[in-house]
Design a protein around this ligand. Structure first.
Ligand SMILES: C=CC1=C(C)c2cc3[nH]c(cc4nc(cc5[nH]c(cc1n2)c(C)c5CCC(=O)O)C(CCC(=O)O)=C4C)c(C)c3C=C
Ligand SMILES: [Fe+2]
Ligand SMILES: [Fe+2]
Length: 327
């Protein structure tokens, strides 16, 4: 059977218009793996409490990072796809979980090229239900409805893969300033409830317990071991909270405010839950987070970019994908 690859990232609004942001947020937040309450409660919360006000605020944030080519997340994902395609002799497609280019179109384009065996690559190093799992759900739903004659496989979470750890660590080493006081690993947060669900499922299935929070701490441990950083030089936190439920701790914004009083004046921040720079890294961390830290008395803030289209990252992905292609 003819093989092909589909990279899948989260997705962005089609533009920074408030209406486009609203449509995007509706699709995103109505996903039962993102807001995991019964449909009627989710619908009420999203339509009555989030969508009337959040799109305007989010559109303003998107405007600050938008490029002539569009959303950074999509631009970086497209460049990554192009560079990977140059190294692969099977088709490589790109799709987004929410909005465009859609997963359905991504599969259709591969199908039209004769592909019947697809490897889905969710561009998330750590696994959780609101990222990797919802990609798998959507792909399988589309396969069942429209592409019954194709075979689908998924790349697993790669947060602890030595190849990934090496490129992440090297990307950090290149940007770490001399005499930094602390390196902060800030990961996208999730509600505590989501991790508790994962823990319960792991206990009943007898599988190893790998909550999202554990995977993030393990990423930090492996990278800092590689870089041989002493324990007082780094810490881990979680960003991007939404709503009133408790999210996994510690919270990035709290640490950024507390650091200067603890003597952390020269801070570097990396964001390893994201492989492509996006709203959450460029606006929330590199703009808002920087401002918060400096306002609290910090002196130097270094944002360390995501892997984006780094050559060593493209090479690692190509190596993994060629392994599957030749299998
Ligand atoms: C690491 C992957 C991600 C997980 C896990 C995740 C969970 C999650 N996110 C929200 C709510 C929002 N996230 C938003 C933006 C956003 N989230 C991720 C990745 C993960 N989210 C990315 C890459 C982005 C940036 C997208 C871009 O276009 O650049 C947003 C939208 C922006 C905003 O209004 O703030 C929301 C909302 C929840 C509720 C959640 C888990 C339950
Ligand atoms: Fe998110
Ligand atoms: Fe955010």
């Amino acid at each position: 059977m003819s093989k092909g690859i589909l990279l899948v990232n989260l997705g962005s609004p089609d533009s920074t218009d408030v209406e486009d942001v609203r449509t995007y947020l509706r699709e995103f937040l109505m996903d039962g793996k993102v807001i995991d309450s019964p449909w009627i409660i989710r619908k009420t919360v999203v339509e009555l409490f989030i969508l009337p006000t959040r799109p305007k605020k989010s559109a303003e944030a998107y405007k600050k990072i938008w490029t002539d080519q569009g959303s950074p997340l999509i631009v970086y994902s497209k460049i990554l796809r192009e560079k990977l395609q140059q190294q692969m002799d099977i088709p490589v497609g790109l799709a987004m979980r929410y909005k465009n280019p859609s997963i359905q179109n991504g599969i259709q384009e591969l199908y039209d090229q004769g592909v019947r065996d697809i490897l889905i690559v969710p561009l998330y190093p750590q696994y959780t239900m609101s990222s990797t799992e919802t990609v798998a759900d959507k792909v399988l739903e589309i396969q069942k409805k429209k592409f019954k004659d194709i075979n689908i496989q998924f790349v697993k979470a790669f947060y602890n893969h030595p190849d990934y750890i090496k490129v992440l660590a090297e990307s950090i080493r290149e940007k770490l300033p001399e005499n930094f006081d602390k390196l902060l690993f800030s990961y996208h947060g999730i509600p505590e409830r989501h991790d508790n669900k994962a823990l319960k499922a792991a206990k009943t299935s007898g599988l190893p317990i790998e909550t999202y929070r554990n995977q993030c701490f393990e990423t930090t441990r492996l990278v800092t071991d590689y870089l041989q950083l002493p324990e007082d030089k780094y810490t881990t936190s979680f960003q991007s909270r939404l709503g009133r439920d408790p999210w996994i701790k510690p919270y990035t914004d709290h640490l950024l405010e507390e650091f200067p009083a603890q003597g952390v004046k020269n801070l570097a921040v990396c964001t390893p839950a994201f492989v492509s720079d996006c709203l959450e890294t460029l606006e929330e961390i590199s703009m808002e987070g920087r401002e918060e830290f400096l306002k609290a008395g910090g002196e130097k803030f270094t944002y360390i970019p995501c892997l984006n289209d780094r050559e060593d990252w493209v090479n690692v992905l190509a190596k993994w994908l060629k392994g599957w292609q030749n299998n």
